[in-house]
Each structure stands twice: as structure tokens, then as C-alpha cells.
Ligand binder design. Structure first.
Ligand code: N01
Length: 539
């Protein structure tokens, strides 16, 4: 069953499959289900000890989705949609994980998955793929599908002395299953992105001291989280068909209602009233209030001013408020954070903000963090330092395609893909939410469902025609240009962000997601399929 003696694959595992899936998060689970439903033999390898991907690993206190529960779930299955009753408007990590586990059990997917097993290498051998795991198992498959996640390869920055720290040092993206003891402790947090902004208020509830090491302040909006009522859940079930339709026809994969007007054409009092109403409602929809804030710097500055004023209202100490107020980059060009009481946390006496722009970290020591200005003794140092986003999960696997092509080397200057779904030189390799697709610029659940269906249909076609599919280099080059052109119409290029790979030392700066909207992206993918998979060489 496996080349490594004594190591057993999952119950249903065998040495050869039609398809192997890497990862058993939302993408991998759905892919397995669709593959099996279409009569393919298939198996998934999952690094975690259970299903859920992001929601398996991100167990840090306060972890919560920034997309509403009724939108952040599978939509392709009406019965599933009706039977699962979300408890809150924005679900917390434990509930989302339970949902993933429920889906896996309900569809009988668990026997198709080998857990606690990272795929380390995959090699194309002329007709299929040889997949190797960290435990030495080797399986062969005709199709290899990556469902490894956009944000699963954690980024640990190269801060000198990190390994010298004697206390506990969890990363938010690999939070231990056993609770981390924070009660009465001196806790430092490096990083103030979505993860930091969620975990900091929770840590402050039990820690004796909290020291927040902030390099770049972030824009954040209150979630307005609350329990969902039965009436809301029933209405969601009743409007299922509308939701399916909006998944197809909207830019984000779910409806976001703005005013349809430009802020620069709106008188300031009216604009303020519109923004106040959305701020009170909570959630990220506020950034879509006006049509011009995502593409015009003056318009964007008006929206940013509104957010900065909110920080000054929330934080009592004016100096702290100024250090927390983001400047120097347009709002929305780093992902907008969604919080529960983040700014208010800094009013507590035991919470302290360290501005790393004024006093950079020199090193981590055995006992804490030393900046150019002071020593901060700590018992726990939380790294909320993010991910090697979009590419890391794939380039950390040794993937070798046709003629010895190495994926990591091919992508050293930035990822190149066709539609974010396939890569020239890597036949029969398909990447769910790969770089060059809409990824996290849309509701990722909708992107996953679209990719899975599209890949399934292509695989059925390849089975019927006994063919192999490889993206053509010219089609890939054209797509890379389209991804860059879509980004050029936005303000994203003004900001160092993980969208560009700027958060990882030495990573090539290339805007990686397709910013043209999920609706446009779908139409392009559909037309490629209708044209007999235009841009693929089918041999
Ligand atoms: O990671 P990030 P994240 N020294 O990369 C700082 C999703 N998500 O895990 O901005 C000091 O955004 C870094 O500083 P800077 C969501 O899509 C969703 O928070 O590079 N600081 C930054 O402050 C999100 O966008 C949810 O200057 C260092 C932070 O670490 C994405 O995941 C919840 C540093 C990293 O922020 C990633 O969020 C959580 C260094 N050497 C995550 N290196 C929800 O659904 C890095 N930093 C709500």
C-alpha cells in the first residue's frame, strides 16, 4: 500500500488514483466530493489532523470570519444550505470548523483522506504524477489537484533571536490545540493585520500586560456581530435561488450594495450619513459605499479620513490614537480588517502600543523583545505575522513538471498561471484558487465552488477523450498580462501588501490575484471551456 513499511494510508487508500487532492479544507473537501460523484477514484492528503484547512489551524482566541456566515458556506447543495443553522452573523472559528466536519461526515469523505500527512513532492512522469508524502508514501495519479489554501504557509519573519525566546511563541496560523495559558501573563503580539486585530482584544481579557508591536497601522471596521434570528435563517433558506444567482453575477460572489454614486459627487453631509449608517451596520460593505473610492486617490482619502476620525473617537489618548491611525497608503489596498473592540482595547491601562516605525525591533531575547528604545519582558510572544500568501503553499512542495521544470523556480519572479487554474509545463496539474484567480478578492467559498466545478468538467472531458491538458505558454502569458491590467485599474499598486508578496523578505513583487471580479472571471473561464478549452494543449 505504501513504500514506507508500517505506514498506512487512509482506510480507502490505494497506490494509484485517478486524482490526488492536496489539502482537505473547503476546497479539498468539495473537490473530493465532486471527483467521487463523477466516478473518479481519488484521495486527499492533509497536513492537519482533521478537515477544515484555515479553520483547523487558526484556533487563536477571537478567530472569526470577516464574511457573513450566510455567505461563507457552500451554496451548491440546497439541502445542506437549509439544514445548517449558523448561530451568528459572523461565525467564529469553532463553528466554521464544525461545519467543515459536518460536511465531511455527511458526504462520507473521511475515508478518502489521509491526515497528519504533508505532501512534500510531486513529479510528472510523462503520463501522470508521482506524489510523495512526508512519511515516505508514494502514490500515482493521472490528475493532481492542489487545494492547499491561499493563506496556509505561515510566515515567520527573520527577526534576530526569535529562537532564543524562552517563553511560549505561538503563531496565530498554527495556534496549538491545547489552550495557551495567557492568564496573568505578559504577552507581546507582533503584527496588526486581521489576525492581530482579532486576537489582541481577546488576549487583553486575561493577560496581565499586553504589548502590541505595530509596524503598519491598519484600517478596521467593527463587525457588528450578533446572533442570527430564526427569521433571518428561514429567509436565507427561502432566498437560496437568489443567492445562487448572485454568486454568478456579482463581483464578490455575494451582493454588496453601495449607493451607486461617487463620493466626489456627493455633498459631504450626505456622504457622512451614508458612511455612518454602514459603519453602524458593521462589516466590510462600507468600502463599497461609493463607486470611486477604490480607483481615485482623492475619493479614497475621504473614506480614509472617515476611518481615522473613528479611531480618534475610540481611543482616549491622542498620541496612541495617532499612532493607530493608518496613513501613507490608500484604504482598501491592504485587506480591510474587521474587529470586535480592537481600538477600545488600547484604553485599558495594561495594554501598550509600541510603534516599530519609531523604535524598530533589534532582536528577540530569551526574556522578551528589545527595540532600539527599550526592553519588553514577556512570557508569551504571539506572532500574528501572516503568510507566504498565495504561492507559499505550492512553492514549499517540490513540484516538478514536464522536462524537469520546477514550479518554485518558474515562479521565482512571480507566479505565472493560466486563469489561476493551470501552469504551462505542468500537465494535468490544476490549482484551486491558484495565483491569477480572484482568490481572496472575492468570497473564497464562491471561488472554490467555481473552480471545483470547472476542473471537474475538464477532467470528465479528458477522461472521455483520453487526453492530457497543459496550459499553452502563449495563453498563460496573455493571462498574466490580463491580471496585471486588471490590477492597474485599481489602487492596489500604491501599497506594499501581501497581495504583491511584499510581506515576505525576498519575494518577487507581483500583484497576484485577478482583480477584475468573480463575475467577469467566471465568464472568461466559461468561454474557455465552451471553446474546447482554448489555451490548453490537449494531447
Ligand atoms: O496577516 P497579515 P494576518 N516585524 O499579513 C506584521 C485573512 N484573515 O494573518 O503590515 C513587525 O495581514 C505586518 O506588518 P506590515 C485575511 O485575508 C482573515 O493578520 O507588514 N511586524 C502585519 O501587521 C487577512 O488579510 C481573518 O508592516 C511584522 C502583520 O504582521 C489574511 O488572512 C482573520 C513583521 C501580518 O498581517 C492575513 O492576515 C485572520 C516584522 N518582521 C486572517 N512581519 C478574518 O476572516 C510581519 N509583520 C477576519
Amino acid at each position: 500500500r505504501s513504500r514506507e513499511k508500517g505506514y498506512a494510508l487512509g482506510e480507502d487508500a490505494r497506490v494509484e488514483y485517478d486524482a490526488v487532492v492536496i489539502g482537505a479544507g473547503f476546497a479539498g473537501l468539495h473537490m473530493l466530493s465532486e471527483l467521487r460523484g463523477s466516478g473518479f477514484t481519488c484521495h486527499a492528503f492533509e497536513a492537519g489532523g482533521g478537515v477544515g484547512g484555515t479553520w483547523y489551524w487558526n484556533r487563536y482566541p477571537g478567530a472569526r470570519c470577516d464574511i457573513e456566515s450566510l455567505d461563507y458556506c457552500y451554496l451548491h447543495d440546497r439541502d445542506l444550505h437549509r439544514e445548517w443553522r449558523w448561530s451568528e452573523r459572523f461565525a467564529g472559528q469553532p463553528e466554521i470548523l464544525r461545519y467543515a466536519e459536518h460536511v465531511a461526515r455527511r458526504r462520507g469523505l473521511l475515508p478518502l483522506i489521509t491526515f497528519d500527512t504533508r505532501v512534500t513532492a510531486a513529479e510528472f512522469d510523462g503520463s501522470g504524477w508521482l506524489v510523495r508524502t512526508e512519511h515516505g508514501a508514494e502514490v500515482r495519479c493521472r490528475f493532481l489537484i492542489t487545494a492547499a489554501g491561499c493563506m496556509s504557509a505561515v510566515h515567520t519573519p527573520g527577526i534576530p533571536g526569535l529562537d532564543d525566546f524562552r517563553g511560549t511563541r505561538p503563531h496565530t496560523g498554527r495556534w496549538p490545540r491545547e489552550p495557551v495559558d495567557l492568564a496573568g501573563k505578559r504577552v507581546g503580539v507582533i503584527g496588526t493585520g486581521s489576525s492581530g486585530i482579532q486576537v489582541i482584544p481577546e488576549i487583553a481579557k486575561s493577560a496581565a500586560e499586553v504589548v502590541v508591536f505595530q509596524r503598519t497601522p491598519n484600517f478596521s471596521v467593527p463587525s457588528g456581530n450578533r446572533p442570527l434570528t430564526d427569521a433571518e435563517l428561514d429567509r436565507a433558506a427561502d432566498t437560496y435561488d437568489d443567492r445562487v444567482e448572485s454568486a454568478r453575477t456579482t463581483r464578490f460572489g455575494h451582493p454588496v450594495t453601495g449607493t451607486g454614486r461617487a463620493i466626489l459627487d456627493t455633498d459631504p453631509d450626505t456622504a457622512l450619513a451614508e458612511l455612518e449608517a454602514r459603519w453602524a451596520a458593521g462589516g466590510t460593505h462600507i468600502v463599497a459605499t461609493f463607486t470611486d473610492t477604490g480607483r481615485d486617490l482623492d475619493a479614497n482619502a475621504r473614506l480614509a479620513d472617515f476611518f481615522r476620525a473613528k479611531i480618534r473617537q475610540a481611543v482616549a489618548d491622542p498620541g496612541t490614537a495617532e499612532r493607530l491611525a493608518p496613513t501613507g497608503y490608500p484604504i482598501g489596498t491592504k485587506r480591510l480588517c474587521v474587529d470586535t473592540g480592537y481600538f477600545d482595547t488600547f484604553n485599558a491601562d495594561h495594554v501598550r502600543l509600541v510603534d516599530l516605525r519609531a523604535e524598530p525591533i533589534e532582536r528577540v531575547t530569551a526574556d522578551g523583545v528589545r527595540t532600539t528604545a527599550a526592553e519588553y519582558p514577556l512570557d508569551v510572544l504571539v506572532l500574528a505575522t501572516g503568510y507566504d500568501t498565495f504561492t507559499g503553499a505550492l512553492t514549499r512542495i517540490d513540484i516538478t513538471g514536464r522536462d524537469g521544470a520546477e514550479l518554485a523556480a518558474r515562479w521565482a519572479g512571480g507566479p505565472r498561471s493560466y486563469l489561476g487554474l493551470a501552469v504551462a509545463g505542468f500537465p494535468n496539474l490544476f490549482t484551486i484558487t491558484g495565483p491569477g484567480s480572484t482568490m481572496v478578492l472575492s468570497n473564497v467559498l464562491r471561488a472554490i465552488e467555481h473552480h471545483v466545478t470547472w476542473i471537474r468538467d475538464l477532467l470528465v472531458h479528458l477522461r472521455e477523450t483520453d487526453a492530457t491538458a497543459e496550459a499553452e505558454t502563449a495563453a498563460q502569458d496573455d493571462w498574466v498580462e490580463q491580471v496585471a491590467a486588471a490590477a492597474a485599474k485599481t489602487l492596489y499598486g500604491h501599497t506594499d501588501s501581501y497581495y504583491l508578496g511584499a510581506n515576505v523578505e525576498g519575494k518577487a513583487r507581483v500583484f497576484m490575484p485577478y482583480a477584475g471580479g468573480l463575475d467577469t472571471y467566471r465568464r472568461i473561464c466559461d468561454s474557455v471551456a465552451e471553446d474546447g478549452y482554448r489555451g490548453f494543449r490537449l494531447t
